[in-house]
Design a protein around this ligand. Structure first.
Ligand code: PXG
Length: 291
């Protein structure tokens, strides 16, 4: 029971043997797309949604995966089974593949498909009560007309630069703004606020990765008696929100209790957040593909 890695038709159980070529354009240029998916008690959560996003990202970058979505899901299920893990993290990567040096995508004849199934390290449970302290980063989210943030590409330098700022500032996470100064998202999570019982998150065209956890929260919010809006947010709105939280496959839903030295709400996880997290965790075991 441990790490299992699928690479182009073979499954490896030794980390050292799971390697790809240095001539892979994923390594040389960050030319590829990926997904981060969770397995909860043998359920691949929102499996179809992740696969659909992967294929959409690939389509936009002219990457032909050369495999049907159903086959990809079936390989993923096999790799999870082989790992023996009931709770796991799946990292699915499709790169342009091996080719000579040069940006020409035609140099790569066959994409490299990698599926890593591994254990996941999570925030400690008390973080879901005490929350995160965040800063706004000087690094702006890249402009969607240069590289659309909806493409979950293997090139994460923009977010990594922001994350470096966060670490160097001693904060837990960072909020990235777009070039107009509007809030986009955190370095690997989407952001929500609650103000007067309205749940608000920035729209996709502000330059965000359209998160699957984000969509799940938007879907369950009305059941919890919340009104939902996608609207532009400024840092002022974050500072003065009743509650604020981040969402992502790794973090699930996690509260933000301080931003740029301003305490948010009561300074700990709020009641709306708690209701949403509870409902979300129920869904993680039921919505998806069973291994
Ligand atoms: N924004 C960005 C920039 C992300 O990278 C999210 C939002 C949340 O999306 P989901 O669909 O997960 O709700 C992400 C997600 C990793 C890893 O291996 C990255 C993500 C998720 C899981 C693992 O670094 N990013």
């Amino acid at each position: 029971m441990a790490t299992c890695v699928y690479i182009n038709g073979k499954i490896y159980t030794e980390r050292e043997q799971a390697t790809v070529s240095v001539f892979d354009h994923g390594f040389l240029y960050g030319d590829g797309v990926f997904e981060g998916i969770r397995v909860y008690e043998g359920n691949i959560f929102k499996c179809q949604e992740h696969i659909d996003r992967l294929y959409e990202s690939a389509k936009t970058i002219y990457l032909d995966i050369q495999m049907e979505r159903e086959e990809m899901i079936s390989i993923m299920v096999d790799t999870v089974r082989k790992s023996g893990l009931r709770n796991a993290y799946i990292r699915l990567i499709v790169s342009r593949g091996v080719g000579d040096l040069g940006l020409d995508y035609r140099l790569c004849k066959k994409p490299t498909v990698v599926i890593i199934v591994d254990k996941i390290t999570l925030y400690p449970p008390e973080r879901y009560e005490k929350g995160l302290k965040v800063i706004t980063t000087a690094t702006r989210r890249n402009k969607p007309d240069s590289l659309n943030c909806q493409i979950k590409s293997c090139n994460y330098l923009n977010n990594i630069l922001a994350k470096i700022e966060v670490i160097r500032a001693g904060a837990d996470e960072g909020i990235m703004l777009n070039n107009s100064g509007y809030v986009t998202e955190a370095t690997a999570d989407n952001i929500f606020i609650i103000k007067n019982n309205i749940l608000i998150t920035p729209p996709s065209y502000f330059g965000i990765l359209v998160g699957i956890t984000r969509q799940t929260v938007l879907d369950i919010a009305p059941e919890q008696g919340l009104k939902v809006e996608t609207a532009g947010l400024l840092v002022h709105d974050i500072y003065n929100s009743d509650e604020c939280f981040l969402t992502g496959s790794a973090a699930e839903l996690i509260p933000v209790v301080e931003c740029d030295g301003r305490s948010i709400g009561k300074g700990c996880a709020g009641p709306v957040f708690k209701g949403l997290l509870q409902r979300f965790r129920e869904l993680t075991k039921t919505v998806g593909v069973q291994v």
